[in-house]
Design a protein around this ligand. Structure first.
Ligand code: OGA
Ligand code: NI
Length: 352
């Protein structure tokens, strides 16, 4: 893909802008008024919290939990998972090694500078449009599966525990996602293996986001409104700095993270497979003047070269197929070229 060979403009690390001590942000980060975030003091509702303690591998026998997950995915597209089985020590350790990475000297991080072709490595923008307004965040993107894409040499060598901790974290979250995917299948009235079969094989990757302190947080966003293009996302957020907002009808709800919980959300591929029973919901990230924020978005995706369309059992006379099939490889080119654009991409799949 030639047009994805390189960034259209020199890359500027947001962390360098933040560290420069400037009291204003460059114009390139100033969002139009309509996109800027605000906190609605009246918003007291939160996304649902679901206890996964009873969700065993035998998901067919966990009806109450399956119902709670499915309701959350139908109504919100988001929930916080507690008692998910991943050790809090591993979660803390993963956050610590990645925070350590972003605090290394710039030269060390630049060794992993990424390109728009694969996105693997240290990056500071999403999308390759010249002159685009950018988000106030840096990130590191890496692959776990398929194994042919997993390359430890592309992961940071420092801090020393990063590779081993990330491996362990990736294995634990993959296991959790497998359980959740089976539960989502049953929640659709299907066999537990139905969504896993439609995924064919797993694509697993992670985007660790680092949002440096921002002198004018009200003018910009850490990550613009988007829905996640893949299957399902399991997000580990900062333990003391909030920032994630989720769209509910016409308002934005600020997520108040429950300690040691994961935030789980449906991505576009599961919206498509479920023929819109489950919703891939828009979300965005606010930044802040007082504190930096770190989050780890773990993406559990279908095999990238099989066409993904609504599952046959879910297509009926009353509810015809809403989307035309497309491979995930083709699908994700959109966000890789254009950057975050709300839900415009999944809407563009709507069958004529
Ligand atoms: C993402 C994302 C949210 C956050 O990386 O796709 O939505 O809180 N991150 O950083
Ligand atoms: Ni996201």
């Amino acid at each position: 893909m030639d047009c994805l060979r390189d960034w259209p403009e020199p890359v500027v690390r947001v962390q360098s802008l933040s560290d420069s001590g400037a009291t204003t942000i460059p114009d390139r980060y100033v969002k139009p008024q309509s996109e800027r975030a605000s906190v609605d003091p009246g918003d007291m509702v939160g996304i649902p919290v679901v206890d996964l303690a009873m969700l065993t591998d035998d998901v067919a026998n966990c009806e109450a939990t399956v119902t709670a997950i499915a309701d959350a995915c139908r109504q919100w597209g988001f929930f916080q998972a507690v008692n998910h089985g991943v050790s809090p020590g591993l979660m803390r350790g993963a956050r610590e090694v990645w925070r350590g990475f972003f605090h290394l000297p710039m030269d060390e991080k630049q060794r992993y500078a990424n390109s728009p072709k694969t996105y693997e490595g240290y990056g500071s923008r999403l999308g390759i449009e010249r002159g685009a307004i950018l988000d106030w965040g840096d990130y590191f993107f890496l692959h776990f599966l398929p194994l042919c894409l997993m390359d430890h040499d592309k992961w940071p060598a420092l801090p020393p525990a990063l590779r081993e901790t990330s491996d362990e974290y990736g294995a634990a979250l993959t296991k959790l996602c497998r359980r959740l995917l089976r539960a989502l299948s049953i929640g659709l009235g299907l066999d537990a293996a139905c969504l896993p079969v439609a995924f064919d094989d797993e694509g697993v990757c992670m985007r660790v986001n680092f949002y440096p302190r921002c002198p004018q947080p009200e003018l910009t966003l850490g990550l613009s409104a988007h829905s996640d293009p893949g299957g399902m996302t399991v997000l580990l957020v900062d333990d003391h700095v909030t920032g994630l907002q989720v769209r509910k009808n016409d308002s934005w709800i600020t997520v108040q993270p429950v300690p040691d919980a994961f935030i789980v959300n449906v991505g576009d591929q599961i919206q498509v497979l479920s023929n819109a029973a489950y919703k891939s919901v828009e979300h965005r990230v606010m930044v802040n003047a007082a504190a930096e924020r770190l989050s780890m978005a773990f993406f559990y995706n279908p095999k990238s070269d099989v066409p993904i369309g609504p599952i046959r059992e879910l297509v009926t006379c009353d509810r015809p197929a809403l989307y035309r099939p497309m491979t995930f490889d083709e699908y994700r080119l959109f966000i890789r070229k254009k950057g975050p654009r709300g839900k415009s991409q999944v809407d563009s799949l709507v069958a004529a």
